[in-house]
Design a protein around this ligand. Structure first.
Ligand SMILES: [Ca+2]
Ligand SMILES: [Ca+2]
Length: 453
């Protein structure tokens, strides 16, 4: 079984990628596009290049003169492609129809401006695709793009087609600008390993449709100094480990702006020290079963309940099977059976154990001192608690307070903890009035405030 890559490994991979992207000078022969930039030209026209049609073995291929290259047939092949090498340079490629282009490495907008528009065909790499700050990639229609690594320091707009990343994708810029990825329509993005939205720089991912399937880790804000934002209103997002604001000094924000967004995490959802969550009411994250590792669950290393205010509008569904026990970090200050406990206290909107997809089993833990007041004193406040048939809730010595309970046949194990309903403010007043009436005795029963309906 593969392991989640360590930070050191990831940093090394990033280093290799960036080194590869910046190593562009000193090559045997460089081949430049020389066709009149006033009109588009054909990749396969020998006279359009200073050294003839690009070949994979010898030449590096540059489009710097503001021209537009069309690729509408199979067979395009070069070791290295650069659109917009230096400041003031620019170049565009249109890949469409049955067009095919293979390269080891492509840089779209290195020091200048580069645009790659793919409406069909196949764009494949042995290694990497890099977008500089003025690099734009538009993928639509039936276009297929694949690379081991992609580094998006510019803008990637995918409205259709398939972007298949073998290992890593970085939506990340360290040049003062930010990398952006817009996924919509029928677009499919997948990565074999990890996606970084803000690795050590800035990155923004906006999903209004399509699917984003992350093989292992989705980092939204990763290392110190990073800023990552993932905004999703619709479409599917799935990851094994979803980590938001992972490291101290990082900033990671998950914005769920549409309740129909389909988000699932098969192992661990981490709210790190730099995490923020905003969610519209009805937002859902499903914690599914990872087939090849036990455990996982909700980790919370935040000390800022305001930053995670979106939890109050979030439904967290744990679904798996009897082999799968997820841990759930409690983070709230324990106010006891008091409404105050629901106020900016890492309160969760809905905790649902089990669904049509299978039973849910959760064990509460308090492994991190979210309140910064000493260990082992935190509790969980939940507006709606739903215990599905066959599900298990192990309080494990922690206290859980809820406002509404739907028990469809679940099991609760206290193990030294407690499960208590906090009465609604209205019902609390009625209870107090009733108590006053009882204390006052028959004399006050005649008073309409107590006796009347
Ligand atoms: Ca805790
Ligand atoms: Ca504590």
């Amino acid at each position: 079984m593969n392991r989640i890559p360590t930070t050191a490994l990831i940093r090394t991979s990033l280093g290799i990628l960036l080194a590869a992207i910046t190593a562009t000078t000193a090559h045997a022969v460089d081949n430049f596009w020389q066709h009149d930039p006033a009109t588009p030209g054909d990749w396969f026209g020998a006279a359009n290049w200073t050294e003839g049609i690009p070949t994979p073995d010898v030449w590096r291929t540059y489009i710097n003169n503001g021209g537009t290259v069309q690729i509408m047939a199979p067979g395009g092949n070069t070791e290295y492609l650069c659109l917009g090498e230096n400041s003031g340079d620019s170049g565009t490629v249109h890949l469409s129809g049955n067009g095919q282009l293979s390269t080891d490495e492509s840089i779209i907008g290195r020091g200048g401006k580069g645009t790659f528009i793919q409406t069909g065909g196949i764009h494949g790499f042995l290694f990497s695709l890099g977008l500089g700050s003025q690099g734009t990639y538009e993928l639509s229609g039936t276009g297929q793009l694949s690379a081991d690594m992609e580094s998006i320091g510019g803008k990637f707009i995918q409205t259709g087609g398939i972007n298949s990343v073998g290992d890593y994708i970085f939506v990340d810029s360290q040049s003062g600008s930010q990398g952006t990825y817009e996924l919509s329509g029928t677009g499919q993005l997948s990565s074999g390993a990890d996606e970084y939205i803000g690795g050590s720089g800035k990155g923004t991912f906006t999903q209004t449709g399509g699917t984003n399937t992350v093989g292992w880790n989705l980092f939204i804000g990763t290392w110190e100094g990073s800023e990552g934002t993932y905004t999703i209103s619709a479409g599917q997002l799935s990851a094994t480990w979803l980590a938001i604001g992972k490291d101290e000094g990082s900033g990671g924000t998950l914005n769920i702006t549409g309740a129909e967004a389909d988000i699932s995490v098969s192992w661990t959802l981490l709210f790190g020290p730099g995490s923020s969550l905003a969610a519209v009411r009805g937002s859902t994250i499903r914690m599914t079963r990872m087939t090849y590792a036990e455990g996982g669950g909700l980790e919370n290393q935040s000390t800022d309940p305001e930053a995670l205010a979106g939890l109050a509008d979030l439904r967290l569904i744990f679904e798996g099977d009897e082999e799968d026990l997820d841990l759930f970090e409690v983070a709230g200050a324990d106010f006891g059976v008091e409404m105050a406990g629901f106020d900016r206290n890492f309160t969760l909107g809905t905790l649902q154990l089990g669904s049509d997809a299978g039973v849910g089993q959760v064990q509460l833990v308090d492994l991190f001192d979210n309140q910064e007041n000493g260990d082992g004193d935190e509790a969980l406040y939940v507006n709606n608690l739903i215990l599905g048939d066959g599900s298990l809730l192990d309080l494990n010595g922690r206290n859980l307070y809820y406002r509404h309970l739907t028990d469809l046949g679940g099991t609760v194990e206290l193990n030294g903890g407690s499960l208590a309903q906090v009465p609604e403010p209205g019902s609390a007043i009625l209870l107090i009035l009733a108590a006053l009436c009882l204390l006052a005795g028959p004399r006050m029963v005649r008073n309409s405030r107590c006796g009347g309906k």
